[in-house]
Design a protein around this ligand. Structure first.
Ligand code: CP3
Length: 340
């Protein structure tokens, strides 16, 4: 698998490409499968339909890797927090973790209830072509904790930060228990057939440097180390979004560093390129306009077109109304331009 070779720093015949949120509303096929499933969570829990939507971007875009169709929030859901996805509003938990007693009420060994995810992984792996990789994933402990504490997406992270600065012990206890769940969760995904795993730290940018290192990166590293020690051949990919100013502090035992669109690739290469394979980082909105997309690709490849060390991706997820023709052309373009 060219994606896995590249993720492990080996030479490949071209630069592999996939796109974050490559399965989603910009594809009419996805919208049809989702309508069949009922709700978004029903889609995540339906092994047959989750397999179908995972494979859609492989067939339509011909990307080099599939990513399991699920959501980072199924872990807090199985830890005991009822979850809803409201149309146009995003995820919402009807219960939150704000106190010691809220924390104590969380279920232990939640990963054991996520069998619908492991079943989807083995079903996808069985149907996916042998030269394409399957990526498993989870959210970072910090990003999941913010959802559990706030109850929804947030612009200010008020309750999470209040806990961080007034009751750091409780926040650490919560982060530690999420971390334990995630190590087991990713391990089960690997045993079911995932070829690589990725940790999404979408709300990394909410924290100042010292808080970030203490309350998020530390736990990202812990997960990476645990997975690498048990599964050394499985690439571990970390995506901390919005921490371009902290790059020189971000080390650990992992293989691929996901670069978001706000961090110039040249800066990421200078600070981290010698240590990790870099993944990224086309600004997704460039796909609105073909010319803007072509220019963005040129910019990235002028920094990264080498025989190793790069996986092409967007710098964050696909936007629901991006034109699919541009996504299809992007894959072909990167493949042609990086052939060696
Ligand atoms: O194709 C893929 O990348 C795989 C599937 C995937 C989804 N969510 C499907 C999804 C992955 C890897 C995620 C991760 C995820 N989920 C993250 C981390 C990555 C990131 O974007 O920063 C986060 C923060 C979430 C939480 C989440 N899930 C939000 C905030 C939302 C609502 C926003 C939106 O786009 O509506 C979701 C819902 C969600 N997860 C959708 C999809 C395809 C849209 C649901 C729908 O209406 O069909």
């Amino acid at each position: 698998m060219i994606f896995i070779d590249s993720a492990l720093g080996k030479k490949t015949p071209y630069t592999p490409i996939w796109m974050m949120r490559q399965a989603g509303r910009y594809l009419s096929e996805y919208r049809e499968s989702r309508a069949k499933a009922g709700s978004f969570l029903d889609l995540c829990k339906n092994v047959e339909l989750a397999t179908e939507v995972t494979l859609q971007p492989i067939d339509i875009l011909d990307v080099d890797a599939a990513i399991l169709f699920s959501d980072i929030l199924v872990v807090p859901l199985e830890m005991g927090l009822p979850l809803e996805f409201l149309a146009g509003e995003g995820p919402k938990f009807n219960q939150t973790i704000r106190s010691e007693s809220d924390f104590k009420a969380l279920k232990k060994d939640a990963y054991k209830n996520l069998t619908y995810v492991y079943d989807a992984v083995s079903s996808i792996r069985a149907k996916l072509s042998k030269d394409k990789a399957l990526i498993g994933f989870c959210g970072s402990p910090w990003t999941l904790a913010t959802y559990m504490i706030e109850g929804e997406g947030s612009k200010t992270y008020t309750h999470s930060k209040k806990m961080l600065y007034s009751n750091p012990k409780l926040l650490h206890a919560l982060l530690e228990s999420i971390t334990q769940e995630l190590v087991s969760y990713l391990g089960e995904q690997i045993r079911a057939g995932a070829n690589a795993v990725m940790v999404f730290d979408s709300w990394a940018s909410a924290l100042e440097l010292s808080a970030y290192l203490n309350f998020s990166w530390e736990y990202m590293k812990k997960i990476a180390k645990a997975i690498k020690s048990q599964y050394p051949h499985i690439p571990v990919m970390l995506f901390p979004k919005g921490v371009g100013a902290y790059l020189e502090h971000l080390d650990g035992e992992f293989d691929v560093f996901g670069v978001d669109w706000g961090t110039p690739m040249s800066l990421a290469k200078e600070k981290l390129g010698g240590k990790y394979v870099l993944q990224g980082n086309l600004e997704p909105a460039r796909l609105y306009n073909r010319q803007a997309m072509l220019e963005g690709v040129e910019q990235i490849l002028s920094v990264m077109n080498e025989d190793r060390g790069h996986i092409f991706n967007l710098g964050h997820g696909m936007i629901p109304d991006l034109p699919r023709e541009n996504a299809i052309e992007l894959v072909q373009l990167v493949r042609e331009k990086t052939k060696r």
